[in-house]
Write a protein that binds this ligand. Structure first.
Ligand code: NDP
Length: 477
């Protein structure tokens, strides 16, 4: 608890000492910042007291008034509480203890529209508000997360030394930058999570193919993912996937992965990404497929019943297994690039619609360390936006275009095998469909327009003249 000498001494406040909050408090204290921590319940305060060391300057309280008294002014207070009503409740209880110019930083996974609403409401009261995405899970928060702050630039400038010190570093560069006004930071974090969903679905499909079609056991799967992680696909998700296949269940000694129920849960950020992509009309086929497949995985009982009733082909692959694994690596490589491309295209459009003024090179840089979607590919993506800040889509950026063109044959070959063996790979399929559609100068949308005009007189445009046209389709021309 705070003593009299801690009054107005702490550099930064932190509300919510759960998984992320306690780790982030320790991270800030590791870097020499004094932290005033608040938690509603005593238990998390006790747990933090047990794990912090003597050199950590962390004072704790269960009283928001006291928290405000512990902080130097103008105050800066980070919230790490669950998104939604908890954030509003904390803000409502905290505000009476704050003064004009104090800053609240919501670092949970809040929906970007909530961030805009809260920012506007606090602005009226003379308080500053920032929405800051944080990625990297517990270990990222503890040892260096990727931070995605948005909001007033002057507010960011005040906490910039702290955020740059505690963020992940790639070389000398901290994985944090002011991304834009308003809810820019939370929007970027939302799309980060959408890309994460897309990548996890793709990796899961590659696992399914190697398990069902190639009958690889977990030790072999570990070797494959470990090898992939040393090459183009190097990144956090590949790293943890390789490790997962090594883990044995403590109770049975069996590979733990084989004992985990195949129903994927979700907290909603993938769905938010898809919903807003629909709103701003940007196709995100891989993110959509990933969200839908999590839903489909939830129909476990129906799937088990259907498996007894519906017979597909024999899933065992009869061809050259090592050659297939190499093709699968290339297919996954292509599909991951295409998934990033969809996420970045969404950010480009959202930036225009919501006035975020995002610099996509900076976004890619902030993601190169500390976060779940960090991967070696982000260096190429960063370079692509550096070469052309106005780039419409990563698929046409010269080096990535060449890479995808060289990988496409293997993506097609893998899909043919998956289709023949009856193994569902919607992520890989969507990646190829997006790529093929994006590179089609002509799509069959002309027929859709003719149909719309036929049944609904919705009119169409022509390729050879300007204006709107309508045809009486039921009359002979
Ligand atoms: P935890 O459940 O571990 O901790 C939640 C904290 O919020 C607890 O300290 C809890 O306090 C507090 N809290 C909950 N409701 C209220 C309330 N109404 N008033 C005051 N305090 C409240 O969650 P995490 O640390 O995992 O997550 C925090 C945020 O970070 C979330 O928005 C999450 O989405 C985001 N996040 C989480 C990641 C992760 O990997 N876990 C990664 C990136 C972001 P009490 O002990 O009193 O209940």
């Amino acid at each position: 608890m705070a003593g009299h000498d801690q009054q107005k001494q702490c550099d930064i406040g932190l509300i919510g000492l759960g998984v992320m909050g306690s780790s982030f408090a320790l991270n800030m204290a590791d870097h020499g910042f004094s932290v005033a921590g608040y938690n509603r319940e005593e238990e998390k305060i006790r747990r933090l007291a047990e794990i912090k060391s003597e050199h950590h300057k962390i004072e704790t309280t269960r009283d928001l008034r006291q928290l405000a008294q512990m902080l130097r002014t103008p105050r800066a207070i980070v919230l790490l509480v669950p998104a939604g009503p908890a954030v509003d409740a904390v803000i409502e209880n905290l505000v009476p203890h704050l003064e004009r110019g104090d800053l609240i930083i919501d670092s949970g996974n809040s929906h970007f529209t909530d961030t805009d609403r809260r920012g506007a409401a606090l602005d009226v009261k003379g308080l500053r508000f920032m929405g800051m995405g944080m990625s990297g899970g517990e270990s990222g928060a503890r040892h260096g997360p990727s931070l995605m702050p948005g909001g007033p630039e002057q507010a960011y400038a005040r906490v910039r030394p702290i955020l740059e010190a505690v963020a992940a570093h790639v070389g000398a560069m901290p994985c944090v930058a002011h991304l834009g006004p308003g809810s820019a930071g939370h929007y970027v974090k939302m799309v980060h999570n959408g890309i994460e969903y897309g990548m996890m679905q793709l990796i899961a499909e590659s696992y399914d193919l190697m398990k069902r079609a190639l009958d690889l056991h977990t030790d072999q799967l570990h070797i494959v993912y470990e090898r992939w992680n040393r090459r183009a696909l190097n990144g956090y998700l590949m790293e943890i996937t390789a490790e997962i296949f090594l883990r044995k269940d403590e109770r049975t000694g069996q590979p733990l992965i084989d004992l985990i129920l195949d129903e994927a849960r979700q907290k909603g950020t993938g769905e938010w990404t898809v919903a807003d992509a629909l709103q701003v009309q940007v196709p995100t086929l891989n993110i959509d497929a990933a969200v839908m497949m999590r839903h489909l995985s939830g129909f476990k009982a129906q799937r088990q019943a259907a498996a007894l009733l519906i017979k597909g082909p024999d899933p065992l692959y009869a061809g050259d297994k090592p050659a297939f694994i190499d093709r699968l690596e290339n297919a996954l490589h292509a599909a991951v690039i295409i998934t990033y491309a969809q996420g970045m295209a969404l950010l480009k459009q959202a930036s225009a619609v919501y006035g975020y003024h995002l610099n996509l090179e900076t976004v890619a840089r902030v993601w190169t360390g500390g976060c779940i979607i960090r991967s070696a590919l982000l260096a190429d993506i960063q370079a692509a936006y550096k070469a052309d800040p106005q780039l419409e889509n990563l698929l046409v950026a010269p080096p990535l275009n060449q890479v995808l063109t060289s990988l496409q044959a293997d993506l097609r070959a893998v899909l043919r095998v998956a289709v023949d063996l009856g193994i569902p790979v919607p992520g890989l399929m969507m990646a190829l469909a997006y790529w093929d559609a994006y590179r089609s100068s002509r799509l069959p949308a002309n027929l859709i327009m003719a149909q719309r005009d036929y049944f609904g007189s919705h009119t169409y445009e022509r390729v050879d003249a300007k204006g709107k046209f309508h045809t009486r389709w039921d009359r002979s021309g």
